[in-house]
Design a binder for this molecule. Structure first.
Ligand code: ATP
Ligand code: MG
Length: 411
């Protein structure tokens, strides 16, 4: 996707906020390749998920190996930790990333084929304290962005211990209403009945409303984990709703799953999705390493910011624009501007060779705070008129003293 210069301040603001908030929670950044072997996602995300079945950008390289543009980051991070021997580092490992992802789906508002995610992952803790801390990080990030009207929905989908018994209950419920299910859900009945809970068709989601709920089928350990999570959220004053319809689209989740859902941004209203995935690292050939994480779609964050009336300030124009006339003035302008930049002042001069009139028009357009015209006589006398653009007042400055003069203006 294209992110145009006029839009990049908003993107930078979101990225800076992500870096600042993760820093407060002691997270470090991880970067990893844009594509991975297709098998990683088949094993990591799960063969029966929509992402793997329908949404991957897969290609073969010159040696006939199958690769896939990353549809998400979690499996990539887990792969990277295993490959780099990080699973025996001091735990917990608290990581974040800002990446582009690729999914072959129908483009619409809040859904595109290349999109950006801000993601976090914590490895090496099975405690609900971790889930609650991650949710708190997401909550504080959304608050710092100024997003209002966003609601936290939580659920627990159990573990390999209690899942089979729940799957059976779900399967027999949906089997009893087989005739009403859509074709996709019919095929999900055998492969992954939990995915039916996620179906967007009004008939299937109507049937799903009365389906058995995961939270009614949790084993004692999962139940205790979920109860602890709720009390840790309450301790941090984070409001939540227990929502049995949240099951998440990816296979690797266990126990906690959660979403932050925003008002007023249309049908694609989940700005953040996450949960616990205690089985992923060992599934990918690593040790048993509990983990949990979340990912947010940046385009949806922008929609939610717009809906909340948040505007990001455009960067200011230069403090000084120098408009030279004639070749020796151009050389002088270049040397002044370069000295100013070295001392941290935002300054520009003409680099096109425009007429004086066109230069002043340009300086106005880019929002220069001050301008300075430089011709032969200014160079001779070593003095020039500094013009404040807001009210056209002029003051004489010596060319050697511009830097210290501008510095006093900034104080
Ligand atoms: P959805 O149900 O909205 O398709 P998902 O369950 O596929 O979401 P995840 O894989 O959990 O999404 O990704 C985390 C977040 O990334 C989502 O909550 C959303 O904000 C964003 N996201 C996912 N797919 C897209 C896309 N195609 N375009 C833009 N953002 C996306
Ligand atoms: Mg999706």
């Amino acid at each position: 996707m294209d992110i145009l210069p006029e839009d990049s301040p908003t993107w930078q603001y979101i990225e800076e906020t992500a870096r600042r908030v993760t820093r407060k929670y002691g997270f470090s950044e991880i970067r990893f390749p844009t594509f991975e072997s297709t098998e990683l996602f088949q094993r990591g995300v799960g063969g029966t998920t929509d992402v793997v079945q329908k949404e991957m950008y897969t290609f073969t390289d010159r040696e006939g190996r199958s690769f896939t543009l990353r549809p998400e980051g979690t499996a990539c991070v887990a792969r990277s930790l295993i490959e780099n021997g990080k699973c025996s580092d001091t735990m917990p490992l608290k990581l974040f990333y800002l990446i582009n992802c690729f999914r072959y789906e129908k483009p619409q508002a809040g859904r595109s084929r290349e999109f950006y995610q801000f993601g976090t992952e914590v490895f090496g803790s099975a405690s609900a304290l971790t889930d609650a801390t991650l949710i708190s990080l997401a909550h504080s990030f959304l608050t710092e962005l100024g997003i209002k009207g966003v609601h936290l929905h939580i659920n627990s989908i159990g573990c390999p211990e209690c899942r089979p018994q729940y799957r059976d209950a779900l399967k027999s419920y949906f089997a009893s209403r087989k005739g009403e299910l859509c074709e996709t859900c019919l095929s999900r009945l055998d492969t992954n009945p939990m995915r039916i809970l996620d179906c967007k068709s009004p008939i299937c989601s109507g049937i799903a409303k009365d389906a058995p709920k995961t939270i009614d089928h949790l084993c004692p350990d999962c139940e205790a984990h979920f109860a602890a999570l709720k009390s840790y959220l309450e301790a941090q004053d984070i409001p939540y709703t227990v929502d049995p319809s949240i099951v998440r689209g990816l296979d690797y989740y266990t126990r906690t799953v959660f979403e932050f859902i925003a008002d007023g941004i249309g049908a694609q209203s989940t700005v953040c999705g996450g949960g616990r995935y205690d089985g992923l690292v060992s599934e990918l050939g690593g040790p048993k390493l509990p983990a949990c994480g979340f990912a947010m779609g940046i385009t949806r964050l922008i929609l939610a910011m717009e809906a909340s009336g948040v505007t990001v300030e455009k960067p200011k124009g230069p403090l000084l624009y120098i408009a030279p006339l004639g070749e020796s003035a151009r050389v002088k302008a270049l040397s002044i501007v370069s000295a100013l930049r070295k001392s941290g002042i935002v300054a520009e001069c003409d680099i096109v060779g425009r007429s004086l009139k066109a230069q002043m028009k340009y300086a106005d357009k880019i929002g220069a705070e001050y301008t300075l015209m430089l011709g032969d006589s200014e160079i001779e006398t070593g003095k020039a008129n500094l013009k404040r653009m807001s009210d056209s007042t002029q003051s004489e400055v010596s060319l050697d003293g511009i830097e210290s003069y501008l510095k006093t203006l900034r104080e």
